[in-house]
Design a protein around this ligand. Structure first.
Ligand code: KDG
Length: 343
């Protein structure tokens, strides 16, 4: 069994242990008999809006369920990376995780659509498309993977950082060792742009940049600041090449163990906390770019013509993914984006 698999098995055993302990505590008194524990794991640290959104979720759920449900939050990848936490949900040993949609696409390929470069023009259009019919259609694909999608949260527009040189156009990307999420599409897109990409779990990224295993990475500004990437990265470019949604996932076996009232509580809490998290993330993004510059990062504007050149270069690559996702689904997403922009 490989090291990673051993790690995942250890994490799962650890989770089962916690769950059993909570049940034991619960069986200690009749009142707590029905108490159910929601273990929630995320990849970012406890300064990020992803964590603060989960704290809001915890507050709402524990209040509205009058203590019948309680939430325990584990941040910074303590319970594994995105993929292993999604697998733990499928097994029912973890109840909630909120990954980017990119790792989820390894389980349900339709979610690859959110990695199409330059898909969303801004956050408002993304909110409308995700929260309406199109977003719901994608959530409906999750139960087949033993997952329930309760809401879309926001990771945000991804920008490129690196330790080697300013990047103002595609030419500057040539040969740059860029870490990407574990997404075939991201990998092939950066390769097509001339970079030398490496897929890697988020938890390994800081060390890889520190040791020079990779020159750069791409993440939203709040992540770049809150995870301290400015300590190991000199240059940032506002590529805004992908808007990444977070997706609030719940284990289907756990969701089905809840009564109707509890299911309503967790669903409404995930949506309400998501609206709070999006607002907080946008405020952070406004504040943190200046803080990155104050911490020594050199900021480079990417011109619209450079963005157009990148988009044109990647376009031919998308054909194979459109076939995998389904041409109807892809055109419906583009139509939904167009409709969301029309007055
Ligand atoms: O919890 C979220 C993170 O684990 C991850 O999805 C964030 O965008 C991300 C990345 O670059 O891996």
């Amino acid at each position: 069994m490989g090291v990673m698999r051993k790690k995942s098995v250890l994490v799962i055993l650890f989770l089962v242990l916690i769950t059993l302990t909570s049940c034991k505590q619960a069986s200690g008194s009749a009142v707590e008999e029905t108490e159910k524990t929601i273990l929630a794991g995320i990849g970012y640290n406890n300064q990020h809006s992803q964590y603060k959104g989960l704290e809001r979720f915890k507050e709402i759920v524990e209040k509205k369920s009058k203590g019948a449900l309680n939430v325990k939050i584990f941040h910074s990848g303590q319970l594994g990376d995105d993929r292993s936490m999604i697998e733990s949900l499928q097994l029912g040993v973890l109840q909630v995780t909120i990954p980017s949609t990119a790792p989820l696409a390894n389980f349900i390929s339709e979610f690859l659509i959110f990695d199409y470069p330059f898909l969303f023009p801004n956050e408002e259009v993304a909110d409308e498309v995700l929260d309406e019919e199109m977003g719901k259609r994608l959530l409906d694909l999750l139960p087949q993977q033993n997952l329930i999608g309760l809401a879309y949260w926001e990771n945000g527009f991804r920008d490129l950082t690196n330790s080697t040189r300013p990047v103002s156009s595609m030419q500057d990307l040539k040969g740059l060792k860029v870490r990407t999420m574990e997404s075939e599409l991201h990998l092939s897109a950066f390769r097509k742009l001339g970079a030398n990409p490496t897929p890697m779990a988020f938890g390994e990224l800081f060390t890889a940049m520190q040791q020079g295993t990779v020159d750069g990475q791409e993440n939203p500004i709040s992540t770049i600041y809150l995870e301290g990437f400015y300590e190991v990265q000199k240059y940032i470019s506002n590529t805004h090449h992908v808007y990444t949604p977070f997706i609030f996932l719940m284990s289907k076996p756990f969701y089905e163990s809840l009564n109707e009232k509890e299911q309503k509580v967790v669903s409404e809490a995930a949506r309400e906390a998501g609206k709070y998290q999006r607002k907080l993330n946008r405020k952070d993004t406004e504040n943190y770019l200046q803080k990155l510059k104050d911490n020594g990062m050199e900021y480079t504007e990417i011109t619209e013509s450079s963005r157009k050149e990148m988009k044109k270069t990647i376009e031919p690559l998308l054909e194979q993914y459109t076939k995998e996702i389904g041409t109807d689904m892809v055109s419906d997403v583009y139509n939904a984006i167009e409709n969301a922009q029309s007055p």
